[in-house]
Design a protein around this ligand. Structure first.
Ligand SMILES: [Zn+2]
Length: 300
């Protein structure tokens, strides 16, 4: 009997693998997805108590099943203070890089994720955080949001595989003009979405929004959301200020454009009691050790 179950599962996986091959748009992408799928299945079929996220099927449904098992709910969920980590490039900083502080080495990033996991953290999206604060959604014991600004190929090449391994979503704050060969290629953006990442708007052109007139900022707010919907097929509900710059007028514009909340570069844990258009984050830079990051995520 167990052999039949195993064979049936392997057959199902092969079929899904074929579907992935047919629907992908990048050869490397396809093989990476197949490898991940195979690894996940090999690891989980024999135990029969595998987490839902690693079996083939509808990722959104599997995520909903995970959420249903999260322990924090009701008033406790509305009181949660949550670290929203801020990353930029995940890569080894090249000599002469313009902004070396924006780089985190891939090995360091993997060690940070492992340290967070060992400390009991579970990554969630902004949508899940918002739902817990305002719509009765549940939270894991120690929630954390991993946000990545701008849109860069290293998000797909270096960050995504680390998060896929542990079944965590990232949050990409996408500057729409970076979508393409010079920044984050389309196949990379699609890979992130397939892996459950959430896409937020980081404008179209990454301006200091406090210098724009109302019409100019309205174009950035609506244009980025429209392009992300058209090209990537996802709805955008959260905003991130380029370089963290905002003022009362720009915050009002973000709200008027229909975004639920916006993140800044102000340091701290985010809470429901904060101005939703001024949510603080925890900056991760090249010198942040895994232990230091865990301390910061705990609010230290
Ligand atoms: Zn930025």
């Amino acid at each position: 009997m167990p052999l039949i179950v195993l064979l049936a599962a392997l057959l199902a996986v092969s079929l899904v693998g074929l579907m992935v091959v047919r629907s992908g748009d990048d050869p490397e992408d396809r093989s990476a997805d197949r490898t991940a799928l195979r690894a996940a299945t090999q690891a989980t079929v024999p135990t029969r108590t595998a987490p839902a996220r690693t079996t083939p099927g509808d990722p959104a449904k599997q995520r909903a099943e995970q959420r249903a098992g999260w322990p924090v709910r009701g008033a406790a969920a509305t009181r949660a203070r949550v670290p929203i980590l801020m990353y930029h490039v995940i890569g080894d900083v090249p000599a002469g890089a313009a902004y070396p502080d924006l780089w985190v080495a891939p090995d360091r990033f993997a060690a940070q994720v492992e340290a967070l996991r060992a400390a009991g953290f579970t990554a969630i999206t902004m949508e899940e955080l918002w739902s817990a604060w305002h719509d009765g959604g549940r939270l894991p014991e120690r929630p954390v949001v991993l946000s990545f600004d701008d849109g860069d190929i290293t998000h797909a090449m270096n960050a995504a595989p680390v998060l896929l391994k542990v079944g965590w979503p990232g949050v990409l704050n996408l500057t729409v003009q970076n979508l393409g060969k010079r920044g984050l290629p389309m196949w990379g953006a699609k890979r992130l979405i397939r892996q459950g990442w959430e896409i937020g708007s980081h404008t179209v052109t990454h301006p200091d929004v406090t210098t724009l007139d109302a019409a100019g900022f309205a174009r950035e707010l609506a244009g980025s959301r429209k392009t992300i919907k058209q090209r990537l097929g996802v709805d955008v509900r959260f905003f991130c200020y380029p370089a963290g710059k905002s003022d009362a007028a720009s915050r009002a514009a973000v709200a008027a454009a229909g975004y639920l909340a916006a993140t800044t570069v102000d340091p701290g844990l985010a809470a429901r009691a904060d101005d939703p258009y001024l949510l603080p984050r925890v900056r991760v830079d090249p010198s942040t050790t895994p232990a230091a990051l865990v301390r910061m995520a705990r609010g230290g």
